[in-house]
Design a protein around this ligand. Sequence first.
Ligand code: 8DG
Length: 130
Amino acid sequence: MLHVVCAIIYNDDEILIAQRNDKMALPLKWEFPGGKVEKGEDKKTALRREIKEELAMEIEVGKALEPVIYHYQDFSITLYPYVCGALTKEFIKREHREIRWEKIENLKKYDWAAADVPVVKKLITEINKM
Ligand SMILES: Nc1nc2c([nH]c(=O)n2[C@H]2C[C@H](O)[C@@H](COP(=O)(O)OP(=O)(O)OP(=O)(O)O)O2)c(=O)[nH]1
């Protein structure tokens, strides 16, 4: 079982979303930036580290959302999503094929990694209640 943290990074009404590259597992799928928690590492620390490595970005890690367990064909993951704040909109694209700011109501148009689908649905439901 992989333990993966991911960041739902807000700036105003937009969220930062990323497309995996064709050399990665789950090629070309869209995801929230993040990565594997290392042994003995605190999840929030892991998330700040991954976002710095992947995007050269500093974030404020906030509320934890409900973890998602998903069994892919070759491996299983527990995905731990966190609501995060961005201090600036700037980032450097270091590993992904594409990274962009997107409005929540447009998130359903993307081909998400399967583990992310319940997270995306929840975000869309929440925004519709507002
Ligand atoms: N980062 C991230 N990974 C996700 C998400 N949804 C999802 O199924 N995954 C999967 C894809 C990968 O198999 C795994 C995360 O691995 P990764 O390759 O992004 O993590 P990493 O940077 O620590 O990996 P590594 O290349 O250093 O080994 O979790 C998501 O929203 N964000």
